[in-house]
Design a protein around this ligand. Structure first.
Ligand SMILES: [Zn+2]
Length: 348
């Protein structure tokens, strides 16, 4: 069992945080309310930021945890670009709760929150998520854009400006993978990309989806491997191993196109190409059936797996060695790659 698993078990034994909130899926209003409670109860630790509005005027929230000192690396977690993937907002909220309410009692949480700025955007697509809670619409995936031809919705994870328009996206508005008329045509992707641009301290990011139990790295829009492939795989495999260690559920890791299928206009490719940050999609439980309808009693175990990945990524994002340390400790190729990536981010 890894130290991450022990940590998760330890915090549950202590009886905090979360209560029974994670015993069932929660509608958007409950998620918003919970975010406001966290920000109100711990203003010393977190700030709730409205980063933009959806097409139907709902707020897109980011919970910023751990202060905004300029010298701290930023790590961003997001979810629910796809409305029907209900385990995604719950896992983001589970991570947020444990970071905020574990701060006082768990020294390993405190050291991470003190050393990083952690940003959590649990519901990128509030309109689609609300719609998926209405009768007969549980399998809705896209946002709620009126396409003007009798169809609704753009697939937000095909609307980002990296490889936009390529294989693995559709130009047909009725398609579930419709990419929209142009990159960032949708206010939801525009809001989140603007948030990245406004926060250049972000060095790594995970966008949670379901299903498949796999940690996916760039690229999606091409089978070519990115320049930082070795580093991306080293960190991605580490997250997958940390997740597997919690409950023995298998999580694999690999580049998106070769591991899953080609996806053009996806978020993580833009975050990596344009922002220079390590970027991943994590497909949460289940592995297959029952697909998007994961039983509610798996919300907490999946949250524990997501938290293990988050803590691992935060650790790796904090612990970027200085060049002198690299030489002294023989940190090797992966350490050098991290250092080079951070220098590129610092120069932006
Ligand atoms: Zn998805």
């Amino acid at each position: 069992m890894s130290s991450y698993a022990l940590l998760v078990v330890g915090s549950l034994v202590l009886g905090q945080p979360g209560g029974d909130w994670f015993n069932d899926y929660k509608p958007f209003a409950d998620i918003e309310a919970r975010l406001h409670v966290m920000a109100a109860e711990r203003p010393d630790l977190c700030t709730l930021v409205d980063i933009g509005d959806s097409i139907e005027g709902r707020d897109i929230w980011a919970l910023q945890i751990g202060g905004t000192a300029a010298d701290k690396p930023g790590v961003l977690f997001s979810g629910t670009q796809h409305a029907r993937e209900w385990i995604s907002p719950m896992t983001n909220m589970f991570i947020a709760e444990h970071l905020v309410y574990g701060y006082d009692t768990d020294p390993t949480i405190r050291s991470r929150v003190d050393s990083a700025e952690i940003m959590i955007v649990p519901v990128v697509n509030p309109d689609g998520y609300v719609y998926s809670w209405t009768p007969n619409n549980r399998m809705w995936r896209k946002n709620r854009r009126d396409n003007g031809d009798g169809t609704y919705g753009v697939d937000l994870n095909r609307n980002w400006g990296a490889g936009w328009g390529g294989t693995g996206s559709s130009g047909t508005p009725s398609s579930t993978t419709y990419r929209g008329p142009e990159a960032f045509s949708e206010p939801e992707t525009a809001a989140l990309s603007d948030f990245f641009i406004a926060n250049p301290q972000i060095v790594s990011a995970v966008d949670f989806h379901s299903y498949g139990q796999v940690v996916l790295s760039p690229y999606g829009y091409t089978y070519d491997l990115p320049a930082d492939h070795d580093l991306l795989m080293d960190v991605g495999t580490g997250m997958a191993s940390a997740m597997t260690a919690v409950h023995g559920e298998t999580y694999d890791a690999g580049p998106t196109a070769g591991t899953l299928y080609q996806v053009s206009g996806g978020m993580k490719d833009w975050v990596y190409d344009d922002q220079g940050a390590l970027a991943y999609t994590i497909e949460l439980r289940p592995e297959g059936s029952p697909w998007f309808e994961l039983p509610p009693d798996e919300i907490i175990p999946t949250g524990e797996e997501g938290l293990a990945a988050a803590l691992y990524l935060i650790d790796r994002s904090i612990a970027v060695p200085e060049p002198s340390t690299l030489l002294l400790l023989g940190m090797g190729a992966v350490g050098l790659l991290w250092y080079a990536l951070r220098m590129r981010i610092a120069k932006r």
